[in-house]
Design a protein around this ligand. Structure first.
Ligand SMILES: *[C@@H]1O[C@H](CO)[C@@H](O)[C@H](O)[C@H]1NC(C)=O
Ligand SMILES: *[C@@H]1O[C@H](CO)[C@@H](O)[C@H](O)[C@H]1NC(C)=O
Ligand SMILES: *[C@@H]1O[C@H](CO)[C@@H](O)[C@H](O)[C@H]1NC(C)=O
Ligand SMILES: *[C@@H]1O[C@H](CO)[C@@H](O)[C@H](O)[C@H]1NC(C)=O
Ligand SMILES: *[C@@H]1O[C@H](CO)[C@@H](O)[C@H](O)[C@H]1NC(C)=O
Length: 514
């Protein structure tokens, strides 16, 4: 027994030592860049055009990429990430996108630097340009494009027209070498593209920040490849091209990107398309506790963000859960709800409800939010403790309104399969502002609020995957004071707000029930 304990300590020390020396070698910080690109769209994406005219359109977008790579490198960037669909645009059919597709070889069998070996393969003009940008500015470059791959009919996945078409991320090293290719797994009604026959779990190594994982847009909501990649490969950095249409109150791009980085304790480099008419804006460089974002529904301009961020040490992976839960336990000695609704200190951590005073509780109602039937309860008092339950999930809110604002806020719960625009199981506890004082307006997206509310929000989730949302007036991000598990409850606490609250949420994904 003692032997094995000392054995593990010894191994742990070795691991730490290794990581520390690597940290010194690699540096403790690196400079990341993302570009939110105002994509020049094809006005008629379903028309069939020649390769030549497809290249003309793509080159106009690539001209902008080139300027941004140079600008980012000038600010010291080690890596730059561009959005999904930023080169060719979207809304193609399977046939009409064909002229826009580059060929890409299987990187397991070839080492290729498209800038230096331009004529090795046909139909690789886009890869060639991207590779030369990386080489010229000596930065790692991540971009998204459409690719094609011929297949044989004896491959049972091979489409009838004899080729795969993939929504693909590519990564070039600072010498222009094509070092990784990721094919999007969770397509979002993209009929122009195929799902890869096998899930791609793609990581790439960098001299400045260890390994990166990579996936695309809608993938962020699913277990494969996202969660497997992060957990099994101990990934601490993610490059994330996206083309995300914002959906308030729970799934605005920056809101969920931030929640994702915090939940997994990773750095996320997220580049979105800039197209306010389609509700597309919201990119950022996120560490677990800090963010550098761009969100602008007024301007039509793209934006380059460059930020120096810390490399998250790998050894933290083993401990993170414990550290977070300890932090929570330390800081919740004055747990308001303990006396009033919950006894949190039971042996089994279960929450016993006490009868509240004789005051008549406001009644629950149902309203659709994000196309899901939420159970809602209004915050009628200046302060209080309330709870709502649905199926296996109960959500508790202890709140104190700091100023009087004539606004309606509700506590909401949803535990069920989301089925509109994708199928995925959600468990969510949310505190949101309604669009008006009418209960039927609850769940609608709003962007302005005045309500300053100190709160503690918690729920007894059945999944470990909780994404903490905290959005304030003007669609700006905020961070909770405390987050994490206490017994069977996931808890978010925030006091001392600086601007009005739009959404505070614990958005849980119960992947097994998809
Ligand atoms: C693309 O398609 C989406 C949904 O199908 C639609 O809402 C949008 O207006 C289209 N965009 C363009 C630029 O045609
Ligand atoms: C490229 O295409 C040309 C013309 O179709 C063909 O002759 C050539 O063999 C192709 N090259 C490669 C490397 O496939
Ligand atoms: C929402 O759920 C409640 C409770 O299950 C149900 O009574 C109500 O009909 C549902 N509303 C809609 C629109 O489905
Ligand atoms: C959450 O709490 C409610 C009320 O105590 C209980 O009915 C439900 O079973 C709990 N859910 C889980 C997953 O423990
Ligand atoms: C609330 O909104 C509903 C639907 O928009 C409307 O029918 C109803 O009259 C409104 N109630 C009040 C009090 O304004």
């Amino acid at each position: 027994m003692a032997d094995s304990i000392f054995g593990s300590i010894y191994i742990l020390l070795l691991l730490c030592y290794k990581v520390v020396t690597e940290d010194i070698h690699r540096g403790e910080h690196y400079v990341a860049a993302i570009y939110e690109h105002h994509v020049i769209l094809n006005p008629n994406p379903t028309a069939i055009v020649s390769r030549q005219s497809a290249l003309e359109l793509m080159n106009r977008n690539l001209d902008i990429y080139e300027e941004q790579v140079i600008a980012a490198a000038r600010q010291g960037a080690h890596i730059i990430v561009f959005p999904e669909d930023g080169i060719q645009g979207f809304n193609f059919t399977r046939t009409s996108i064909y002229p826009y597709l580059d060929f890409i070889p299987d990187l397991d069998s070839v080492t290729w630097n498209p800038c230096k070996e331009a004529n090795l393969f046909n139909d690789t003009e886009v890869l060639h340009r991207l590779s030369c940008m990386a080489l010229k500015s000596q930065v790692f470059l991540v971009a998204n494009l459409g690719t094609k791959q011929p297949c044989k009919q004896r491959d049972r996945h091979c489409p009838n027209d004899g080729r795969y078409q993939f929504n693909t991320n590519v990564v070039f090293s600072d010498s222009g070498k094509l070092i990784a290719r990721y094919r999007k797994q969770n397509l979002y009604f993209e009929y122009a593209f195929n799902t890869p026959p096998k899930v791609d779990y793609i990581i790439f190594d960098t001299p400045f920040a260890d390994k990166f994982g990579i996936f695309t847009c809608f993938d962020i909501l699913f277990h494969e490849p996202t969660v497997t990649l992060i957990k099994q490969h101990k990934i601490k950095q993610i490059a994330y091209p996206t083309a995300w249409m914002n959906q308030l109150p729970l799934l605005s791009a920056i809101e969920f990107q931030q929640a994702f980085a915090t939940a997994f304790d990773i750095n996320l480099l997220a580049a979105n398309i800039h197209y306010p008419d389609l509700d597309m804006t919201g990119s950022g460089i996120y560490t677990p506790s800090k963010s550098f974002v761009y969100y602008d529904m007024e301007s039509i301009d793209g934006r380059l963000i460059v930020a120096q961020i810390p490399v998250i040490p790998l050894h933290k992976t083993h401990m993170e859960d414990e550290i977070i839960s300890n932090r929570i336990q330390d800081s919740f000695s004055s747990f308001h709800m303990d006396n009033q609704i919950c006894h949190m200190d039971d042996e089994d951590g279960s929450c016993l409800r006490e009868e509240k005073s004789t005051k008549k509780a406001p009644s629950i109602f149902y309203e659709e939010m994000m196309y899901d039937n939420f159970t809602l309860l209004p915050l009628t008092e200046p302060e209080g403790d309330i709870q709502v339950c649905s199926k296996a999930l109960c959500c508790y809110l202890n709140y104190q309104k700091l100023i009087f604002s004539n606004e309606l806020y509700v506590l909401g719960v949803f535990d069920g399969l989301h089925t509109v625009h994708g199928t995925y199981y959600v468990q969510a506890c949310v505190l949101v502002k309604c669009a008006s004082l009418n209960y039927t307006s609850c769940g609608q997206g709003i962007t302005k609020a005045n309500g300053l509310i100190d709160f503690q929000l918690q729920g007894n989730f059945s999944t470990a995957f909780i994404f903490p949302l905290l959005l304030r007036s003007g669609v700006t991000l905020d961070y909770a004071d405390h987050l994490g598990w206490k017994h069977n409850y996931y808890v978010m606490q925030k006091k001392g707000a600086s601007s009005g609250l739009i959404t505070a949420g614990l958005y849980g994904r119960w992947y097994e029930k998809d």
